[in-house]
Design a protein around this ligand. Sequence first.
Ligand code: AMP
Ligand code: GLY
Length: 421
Amino acid sequence: MKIAILGSGGREHAIADKISNSQKLKKLYCIPGNAGTEHIAENINLDISNFKELGKFVEEKKIDLIIVGPEKPLVEGVVDFLSRKGVKVFGPNKTCAQLEGSKIFTKKICKQYNIPTAKFGVFKSSKDAHKFLENAKKPIVIKADGLAAGKGVYICENTESAKMAVDEIFNGKFGIANQVLVEEFLEGEEMSYFVITDGKTFNKFNTAQDHKRVGEGDKGKNTGGMGAYSPSGLINKELDLKIIDKIVKPTFAAIKDIGESYKGFLYIGLMIKNNDPYLIEYNVRMGDPECQTILPLLDSDLLDIIVSCCENNLNSQEIRWKSKKSICIVLCANGYPEKYKKNVEISNLDKVTTSNNTFIYHAGTELINKKVYSIGGRVLNFVTISDNLKAARENLLKKINNLAWKDGFYRKDIGFKIIDK
Ligand code: AMP
Ligand code: GLY
């Protein structure tokens, strides 16, 4: 098969790496890819928001299957556009992608189908929201409706900061806004739960926990994710059943009821309290860095699974997992998630060894004249699978130390909730 993967992050490198081991693969393209995918695929420098150009490429190269990594093209309808060209596309269509593209769309489904989630209100004006906030319990959560690259959520300790958040959203910080979501603050521990579906049946696709804050001890600014481990320490049989029965099944029922069928990965962001799950958010794709942590544990052929989803026969596939644990540490450019330098060379990469159990997935990197340069905030993902997470983390920290990239930083405490307790 000729396959193209859309995206340029660690998630897409991890997917490309798995796919590159498949018997069915004839040619792999990554659009645009990164310095890591360059070794296992042909990188194509196209803008993935430009559907017309993508369509031309797909036709010219006679691509059989496109795998969409990030949420933005999904929410903008890349699946609908490319499917019309008769090519297999793995990912949800534009309507289904609203599960991530509109937080209010998802909240309304939760309400209608009795899915456990934070209590909420939708306000159409700053004035109404302010009035409600005067007497509401704090902390309180204010959210922009649409995609905001992980920045549209404010956890507010007092009325004043909550009002400011509402004003920022209505003033267009995340694009034109005519409504704002106000949510009850949920206590508990977060966990990411994944499923894969062809629209008829779904399969679990493991669990993970990520560390979104930039600083050790989960302190400081929010980021795309500084590291992750899989499986989550929270998951157990009873919780698993509750997630499936109270959240996953009613959501797919809601999608069916609007006459749609969801194809692809679904990332279920949960708050767990007293072994009960509450939906925080949906993402219509794999997580990053959760994907880098989960895929090395997969013991089945990823391409077979994805193709079966596109052909509506996922139930023919067995999805097996290695009985190991996995941990990922993200090496970031100094300054991230604020301002950071770009185009800094990363030498020594060839001196850091990888193996069947240890992987380096690139994110914001580019290969220029055979040298690797950083071009993003999150630069490299160091991943290892092992029976022992503590030893695994030490091994990764040694490798990052060997790389000795003075322009980068990383968290040394990934997985602390289960490793250091
Ligand atoms: P989201 O973009 O919806 O995932 O929100 C980003 C982060 O904000 C989540 O990962 C949570 O840590 C936090 N968060 C969002 N909604 C709530 C809530 N209702 N209660 C507590 N924390 C929340
Ligand atoms: N790691 C969080 C996300 O992918 O959205």
